[in-house]
Write a protein that binds this ligand. Structure first.
Ligand code: ATP
Ligand code: MG
Length: 576
């Protein structure tokens, strides 16, 4: 392909809304053009990259015997009510909904569990047809609260979504393991540095869920990992062994102490000369269930923090938010800063983190402005709370396996594998006839790869000050042959010859035949980020060509035959 025919339109300036390097570079290089918030047109070069990623995904999934299908984007509301998700997704504001001319309600698919479960129910009758793993690569629609960072968080984006159907848990384990293998192969081949981490499986969880994270400072997810043991988890899910708290002794008499203006944990540590780990703070949350709302109080060791995802799971609710000031005053009868477990308003559910189980003589708030209580013993002075793991793990704490300290990194979630079990098949009454002649719900897994997000994540990891440095496997072209001065016949002839030879050798090559000043041309090509450049300039008069790998920028001057051979060698190495 010739760049004169490829509709290459690079910009001089970064778009104003591009906050991170990969978004800036993709927009400036003309790979993506914004249509509206979270909506982009992929230009011809971007589309080549996206097709290459999709091809890698297809190859690896096909290798694991998954089957490609294509489902409708438009889903009838009835399907989503049959799984019970319509109301929740509408309440979360994530669903794009619309009506047809007859008043029927629909949504644009944000994910396809409902459609595929209905398909499986209609087409799979016997256990003899199982297992089946079905996937598609298609646009998904989500009305994200904060679309941003270009393709990272779009409102329409390309996803590979797969769904496995098995007859039992052992089958699901095998399907899940196959997808894990496929994902590792996909992301390795896409040239990104990734880590798979344990992920929150939500209130239905327990069965297992892992996210594939591309490590990058701009990642929206926080990961904790242990180099010694290989443990890695999304902070939403992560466990750890926190520092020991001091021994807490036999229960002593409850004491009420005046603590005017002493509210924060740090102030309390100083006032009582007591470590935060001997205190329990009480944090109030407003929780929402499908059909109810309520205030819950969470006791947490003073030096530790609440993990709200774990709290949602423990409550089996839809969401929690910190209670507002008015609620705190109503429930505690005190100003903010003095909440405690004793004497909370009736109906307030009391939870505590496991690190507080068995601890005695806690320092807590008194639910009275300017007072704290010493020697609080739950079960004696207040009802016994429900104990759960509600704590936010932190870097520096010991890995849950005790193998070493946890470290922190940030990641971009490019893939997610999830053991669903029978959640959807039960809700939607999707069954097969088992060997015992009875109906059984399908045991399902679901799996997603953000194809468009992966493309941008690759750029986030592979760029420098001058532009993109595409990995060979997903570059729009592996090689560009640049004719420096298209008015010079010898340069044109030499460039055309090298271009033809490389094409002949099976290299994915383009020819930069644009009429541009040499400096501008090189800058543009650096921005575009093709992995190797073969330059036909003034040197061709003496049979000299330049070979420049984009990543190192270290140019070699070689004769024609050596130059072509060197480019082929670089591509072959890059493809590995
Ligand atoms: P996130 O936590 O980033 O919102 P998610 O967990 O809701 O993502 P999944 O439902 O697991 O996303 O979707 C599967 C994959 O689709 C994700 O791993 C991610 O790579 C991609 N993806 C999800 N939302 C978006 C989006 N708004 N824009 C681009 N890609 C997305
Ligand atoms: Mg996810």
């Amino acid at each position: 392909m010739r760049l004169t025919k490829l509709h290459v339109v690079t910009l001089r300036d970064d778009p104003a809304d591009a906050e991170i390097p990969s978004h800036r570079l993709l927009a400036r290089a003309g790979y993506i053009v914004k249509v509206a918030s979270g909506l982009y047109t992929y230009g011809p070069l971007m589309w080549r990259t996206l097709k290459k990623i999709s091809a890698i995904v297809r190859e690896e999934l096909d290798r694991e015997e998954a089957l490609e299908v294509m489902m409708p984007i438009l889903h009838p509301k009835e399907l989503w009510t049959s799984s019970g998700r319509w109301d929740r997704y509408v309440a979360d504001g994530i669903l794009f909904t619309l009506q047809d001319s007859k008043g029927g309600e629909f949504c644009l698919g944000p994910t396809h569990e409902e459609v595929i479960t209905a398909y499986a129910d209609q087409t799979i009758t016997s256990y003899k047809q199982l297992p089946v793993n079905l996937y598609q690569i298609q646009d998904k629609f989500r009305d994200e609260v904060r679309p941003r960072y270009g393709l990272m968080r779009g409102r329409e984006f390309i996803m590979m979504d797969a769904y496995s159907f098995d007859l039992d848990d052992a089958g699901l384990d095998a399907s899940y393991a196959a997808m894990d293998r496929a994902y590792r192969a996909v992301f390795t081949r896409c040239g990104v540095d990734f880590r798979s981490v344990q992920a929150d499986a939500g209130a239905i969880g327990g069965a297992g869920s892992e996210e594939f994270m591309v490590i990058a400072d701009v990642g929206e997810d926080e990961i904790l990992y242990c180099e010694e043991s290989g443990y890695a988890a999304n902070v939403e899910k992560a466990g750890s062994i926190p520092a020991e708290a001091p021994a807490s002794g036999d229960p002593a008499d409850l004491e009420k102490r005046s603590t005017p203006d002493v509210k924060s944990v740090a102030q309390l540590e100083e006032f009582f000369s007591m470590p935060a780990s001997a205190m329990a703070k009480t944090v109030l949350y407003q929780a929402t269930w499908p059909e109810a709302e309520g205030v819950v109080a969470v006791m947490m060791r003073g030096d530790l923090d609440v993990n709200e995802v774990k709290l949602v799971n423990a409550l089996d609710c839809l969401a929690v938010v910190l209670a507002d000031e008015a609620t705190v005053k109503r429930v505690t009868g005190a100003e903010v800063g003095f909440a405690g477990p004793i004497g909370l308003a009736e109906g307030t559910r009391l939870l505590a983190d496991k690190t507080l189980a068995g601890r005695t003589n806690l320092l807590t708030g008194c639910n009275e402005t300017d007072f704290h209580c010493l020697n609080v013993n739950v079960g004696r002075d207040c009802p016994l709370p429900e104990f759960h793991d509600l704590r936010l793990a932190r870097a520096g704490e010991q890995s849950p396996d005790g193998a070493g300290a946890l470290k922190q990194a940030r990641g971009i979630e490019v893939g997610h594998i999830f053991k669903l079990g029978t959640k959807y098949s039960t809700a939607m009454d999707a069954t097969f006839i088992g060997e015992d002649g009875k109906p059984h719900p399908f045991v399902m897994g679901c799996y997603g790869i953000g194809v468009s997000r992966t493309a941008q994540a690759a750029v986030e990891q592979h760029h420098d000050d001058s532009g993109i440095v595409w990995p060979f496997s997903i570059a729009p072209f592996e090689v560009v042959v640049a004719i420096v001065d298209v008015k010079k016949e010898d340069q044109v002839a030499a460039g055309e010859r090298a271009y033809a030879a490389l094409k002949e050798a099976g290299i994915d090559v383009c020819l930069d035949d644009r009429k541009l000043r040499a400096g501008a041309k090189f800058k543009d090509l650096e921005l575009l980020g093709f992995p190797v450049r073969l330059t036909a300039g003034r040197g061709v008069a003496d049979d000299l060509f330049e070979v420049t790998p984009r990543e190192s920028g270290e140019r070699e001057d070689l004769g024609y035959d050596e130059a072509v051979a060197r480019v082929i060698e670089l591509v072959q190495a890059g493809r590995k």
